[in-house]
Design a protein around this ligand. Sequence first.
Ligand SMILES: [Zn+2]
Ligand SMILES: [Zn+2]
Length: 474
Amino acid sequence: MQSVNEVQLKINDYNDTIFEWIPYYQIVDIKDLSNTIYLAKWKDGPLYWNGKVYTRNLENKAIILKYLVNAQNITNELLDEIIAYYNKVEVYGISQDPDTKYYIIIFNGDQYLENCCVCEKYYTNAKRKWCKPCQINWLKVNFTNWTSENKQINNIIQEVQLKINDYNDTIFEWIPYYQIVDIKDLNNTIYSAKWKDGPLYWNGKAYTRNLENKAVILKYLVNAQNELLDEITAYYNNLQIYGISQKPSTEDYIVVLNQEQYIKIFCNKCTNKYVNTEYKWCEACQKSYLKKKFTNWTSDNKQIDRLIQVMQLKINDVKDIIFEWIPYNQFSDIKEIGKGGFARVYSAKWKDGPLYWNKKKYTRDSNKTVALKCLNNSQNISNKFLNEVEAYSINNLNNTDNSGEILKIFGISQNPDTKDYIMVLQHARGGNFNNWLNNNYKNFNWSYKLKVLNNIINGLKEIHQKQYGIKWRS
Ligand SMILES: [Zn+2]
Ligand SMILES: [Zn+2]
């Protein structure tokens, strides 16, 4: 058995608090918190250094008593237990119950209540007073208060419930069907609805409900009990899943999801995930929209129509260009800006301008300045023409740093007089890239030339990566 003095010496290595023997009569106002933890007051209070001497506040300091039941000796284990608390809670000392002879550890009461649950473990989340072991216990006790009347489903719900890790994790539940009201069909498998009582949330003391008619999304699993786990896993990382319900008339199981989160992530037309959630842009829906419009335009040439269709269906991002057939009468202010052996390049104004996605639909950026590249004698479509068109990029319309990028292509047009086909390109700084290079090269300073060369190499690399063996000439 060690004396309090020995303990005092060891403990004082760990903390500035003076560890003391606290006489039991100093402890008043004892209130039961659990079987071994009591809230109380220490009449004289702990010693503190006032700059000259140690003195006491005589303040009825709030303390926590931890009874060491059956520990009538101060052992090394006891010492370790005390030291272990020092991370978060000040330990003032030891006392002893005169009747039972049980030793009592005395803690700083405020600090203890801030950091420790009544189960005597540190809170998982001290700020929210949320203790994982206690809440897991509470959920387990509750297992008998609900049932889906299907053992497998019960097991799934229990398993997911016990995965909680913090106060704001969703408690996955069995939601009785009568709790779900105001059901509206969104498409065949997705419904919007309200959940009368709403989900459980942690209010700092207990789990409770808002009784708020919470907006939810119902996903019906038609005869698909086996798909249930896959469905839950698929959603689990993306949004809050409140639980499972079952429609009594059909016995179909229903996954109940947070509506607010759902509509941000999933397309409300086709239930696919948005490629771009900020812009609510769904690749599948936009491709089928473009496909439906294939009959609304034609170049009067099957090969060109086919090319435009292929280019349109290459989109996979909100900022991609919708490649189009652009009637020649859309262009005005046509000025020649470059001429080569095989082509002429013009700047022009495109009246309606290219399509862009405004978060709801495609609309046009009118009076856009573009470059028209007319290949000489291109009345007949050659593979060279087709390859060159495909080598231009439709990716990322909004990327305005044109210096090193392959030019973007908006579509194809045709000169009605000469019948020559025209590539409608992004109007780069200084005009068409090739033209710009030819006309201005002699004016460049050397470091700028190197930068331009580097950009050309990068551009060529991109072409080679796309496996088009295109040479840049005008
Ligand atoms: Zn606890
Ligand atoms: Zn969609």
